[in-house]
Design a protein around this ligand. Structure first.
Ligand SMILES: Nc1ncnc2c1ncn2[C@@H]1O[C@H](COP(=O)(O)OP(=O)(O)OP(=O)(O)O)[C@@H](O)[C@H]1O
Length: 304
């Protein structure tokens, strides 16, 4: 679906992203993680052809048979919103404050040749698909009349409007509170055709993605299935990221949770440790327990 080879991003002769390569298969959900300034957003914006003024990309990126890097803006305009679309962190700045949200969802379809009447009908169906209650009422609302979570769902509806092959999300839930965040993540995982999901939050990436790419200082330092990277990190930076989060890398003493063993099925889907403790000792062959927020895990040791 997407192949990126040797992507390099420069501004004023300074390399900000160095020789990044990765691929995303159809239907695959891939996380792009790394600390602030590691080059995640510039990588995504290069694919969308949305780099800021004065910042340029070189190398190759292909979506199916179509080139994304070094092609004229007009060609990219045709692809954006149709073949690939992006959801940003702050929906309020992405939505037009003076336009009803239904019209904004419909507009992305009319821009790509759908008739106004058909686009209006499809907009309602999309608002329903992203589980907004009373879609007809929401369609008539202005962005400021909706909650942050509802606005982000509208953005997702806009991103999905032309049935793109790839969805890119850049910290789409960071501005939302925890409960709304969880629902939004579940929705993204369900509706994304193929996904590149940017976040600095390891728990979030573990709950949505199957594979992860770790960036550090503008470079890809590690990539692999979530479970493998999170339980056997090969790069020291990934180990550091894991240690700083509440997800636990190999060899780290996990906090003990007192109480009863959690029932089977208590783990969220996509739990990186499945039903086995990441400790590589026989003593720890007990299921990890949820620590409360639905993502973090720790061992439960009857002997402790
Ligand atoms: N327009 C620009 N001109 C020059 N340098 C830039 C520009 N935009 C970003 N950078 C620099 O490029 C590097 C990578 O930035 P990028 O926004 O891709 O990081 P990020 O990993 O997405 O961080 P965050 O999680 O904070 O968004 C940073 O050092 C940043 O300061």
């Amino acid at each position: 679906m997407l192949t990126v080879e040797g992507l390099t991003v420069r501004a004023d002769g300074v390399e900000l992203v160095h020789d990044v390569s990765f691929a995303i298969a159809p239907g695959e959900r891939v996380g792009l993680i790394g600390e602030s300034g590691s080059g995640k957003s510039l990588t995504a914006l290069s694919l969308m052809g949305l780099l800021p003024e004065g910042v340029t990309a070189s190398g190759a990126a292909r979506l199916g048979a179509r080139d994304l890097v070094g092609v004229p803006e007009k060609r990219l305009k045709d692809l954006r919103g149709r073949e690939l679309s992006m959801v940003f962190q702050e929906p309020m700045t992405a939505l037009n404050p003076l336009m009803r949200v239904g019209a904004q969802v419909a507009e992305v379809m009319t821009l790509h040749g759908v008739s106004r009447a058909e686009a209006g009908r499809r907009a309602l169906a999309l608002l329903e698909r992203v589980r907004l209650p009373e879609p007809a009422q929401i369609a008539r609302a202005y962005p400021h009349q909706l909650s942050g979570g509802q606005r982000q769902r509208v953005m997702l509806a806009i991103a999905l409007a032309n049935e793109p092959g790839l969805l890119i999300c850049d910290e789409p839930t960071t501005a939302l509170d925890v409960t709304v965040q969880k629902q939004m993540l579940e929705l993204i995982a369900e509706v994304a055709p193929a996904l590149l999901f940017i976040t600095h939050d390891l728990a979030v990436v573990a709950s949505v993605c199957e594979r992860v790419i770790v960036m550090y200082g503008g470079r890809v330092v590690e990539t692999g299935p979530i479970r493998e990277v999170f339980t056997h990190p090969r790069h020291r930076y990934t180990e550091g990221l894991l240690a700083a989060s509440r997800l636990t890398p190999r060899g780290t003493r996990l906090p003990t949770i007192k109480g009863s063993v959690p029932p089977a099925g208590a783990f969220p889907e996509g739990c990186v440790f499945g039903n086995r403790c990441p400790h590589a000792t026989p003593r720890c062959d007990t299921p990890p327990a949820l620590t409360g927020d639905g993502h973090a895990h720790a061992c439960w040791h009857p002997a402790d």
